[in-house]
Design a protein around this ligand. Structure first.
Ligand code: HEC
Length: 173
């Protein structure tokens, strides 16, 4: 065997070794059943998990509890936000688009200036501009699942019916 032939044989041997290793030694990746949407995103799969996420967002990433305190000093207390919501969207001065509790809470979160609770507007704007940042765009940056979770949490703490559907479920999709 010439030098070249030896080198070629050696290369083939190495390639063969790697091939053997990759085919027979490394365990195959089993595609199996595709994970469910919520499992894939690690999202809540039950109402309890949704509420737990909502509470976490409310006190953490959402920064809600920093402004919304029980005394309503800086922002309205949200203990009975679902009840308050009903009164808000049926009030004469209501300027938003919501027609039920869930959509009112949703609107309050993503488009706070759609309706400003009287007395809480940025000073000098005649209650037309809310000091609350929209939770989707601002640095708060909540995703859909987190927004749903926090709405469910608000409904829950105010003892209202939880109308929020789990992610990947229901009419809200
Ligand atoms: C920087 C302070 C601030 C932060 C942070 C904040 N809010 Fe607000 N929020 C306000 C103020 C002030 C109002 C009242 C003015 C208005 O109607 O937008 C308000 C209004 C609301 C309303 C309507 C209340 C009503 O009685 O009609 C809801 C619901 C609400 N916020 C929920 C939340 C949630 C949930 C979070 C966290 C994801 C949050 N807010 C974060 C200041 C804040």
């Amino acid at each position: 065997m010439g030098r070249f032939a030896r080198a070629a044989a050696f290369s083939l041997f190495i390639i063969g070794l790697y091939t053997f290793y990759s085919v027979f030694v490394i365990p195959p990746i089993n595609p199996g059943e595709p994970p469910s949407e919520s499992a894939a995103s690690g999202g809540p799969a039950t109402i309890e998990e949704l509420l737990a996420l909502g509470e976490e967002v409310y006190n953490g990433k959402g920064a809600c509890s920093l402004c919304h305190t029980r005394d309503g000093g800086r922002a309205p207390a949200l203990d009975d936000s679902a009840l308050a919501a009903k009164a808000r969207f049926s009030a004469p001065g209501y300027s938003g688009k919501a027609a039920d509790v869930e959509s009112y809470l949703y609107e309050s979160l993503v488009d706070p200036s759609a309706y400003v609770v009287p007395g809480y507007g940025v000073s000098g704007t005649d209650d037309r501009v809310s000091p609350m940042p929209g939770v989707r765009e601002s640095s708060i940056g909540l995703n859909d699942t987190e927004i749903r979770a926090v709405i469910a949490y608000l409904q829950s703490i105010s003892g209202a019916e939880i109308t929020v559907a789990l992610p990947g479920e229901g009419a809200g999709e």
